[in-house]
Design a protein around this ligand. Structure first.
Ligand code: 1PZ
Length: 186
């Protein structure tokens, strides 16, 4: 969990360098990261050291709203699920960035990845706002420049290493949530 949270902090930091139009996205992610950190640092923190132990603890102690929103709007399971769903978008987006041609538009890649993943969990107004924000993404080269990794070849190589790790984390979480039937926490 500590590493999951640290990874998200890094992503948010990067998102913030892209400009204030992404503020509403980063604010939501920050809020969710904060919820997880409070749980991790809280009285019951020892149960939150791994995602597996969190799921077990919260389910065994009825700390999760399973069918409709209720007493536990900030459960660890619910909160992490939101970030988990966004991780799938990230995986798709980074993979398209890695393989795209020089004249591809990041806004289109980003929207495609979003429409294939996260968008199905969002109401119309969020989809609309996200779509507008995507249009303001820097172009491919400027995007690679802010990543601050080096040449395009170096960016592509770095993504080639990072994406399989993101996929692995995504798959482990997905399997765990499926196993406990908690992929639809409201
Ligand atoms: C590089 C470009 C960044 C584009 C980011 C693509 C994701 C668009 C997501 C739009 C989210 C809009 C704001 C908040 C939405 C929330 O309603 C949902 C559900 O949470 P709930 O309301 O149920 O508590 N939140 C999410 O789906 C989590 C979104 C996290 C997005 C993190 C993006 C990380 C970007 C990393 C950049 C490299």
């Amino acid at each position: 969990m500590e590493h999951y949270v640290a990874g998200w902090r890094g992503l948010v930091k990067f998102l913030n360098t892209l400009g204030s139009v992404f503020g509403f996205i980063s604010k939501d992610a920050v809020g969710k990261v904060q919820i997880l950190v409070s749980l991790l640092k809280g009285e019951d923190g020892s149960h939150y050291s791994t995602i597996q132990s969190m799921v077990k603890y919260e389910l065994e102690n009825q700390l999760v709203d399973l069918t409709k929103a209720g007493a536990h709007p900030t459960s660890g399971c619910r909160t992490l699920l939101r970030l988990h769903r966004a991780l799938r978008w990230l995986e798709l987006f980074l993979d398209s960035l890695r393989t795209c041609s020089e004249d591809s538009k990041t806004s289109v890649l980003c929207a495609d990845a979003y429409n294939k993943s996260l968008s199905k969990f969002h109401p119309w107004v969020v989809r609309k706002a996200a779509g507008m924000a995507f249009c303001l993404l820097p172009g491919r080269q400027a995007f690679f420049d802010v990543m601050n990794v080096g040449t395009t070849e170096q960016v592509v190589a770095m993504l080639g290493e990072a994406i399989p790790l993101i996929s692995e984390v995504y798959q482990i979480t997905e399997d765990l949530y499926a196993q406990h039937n908690i992929l639809d926490i409201p």
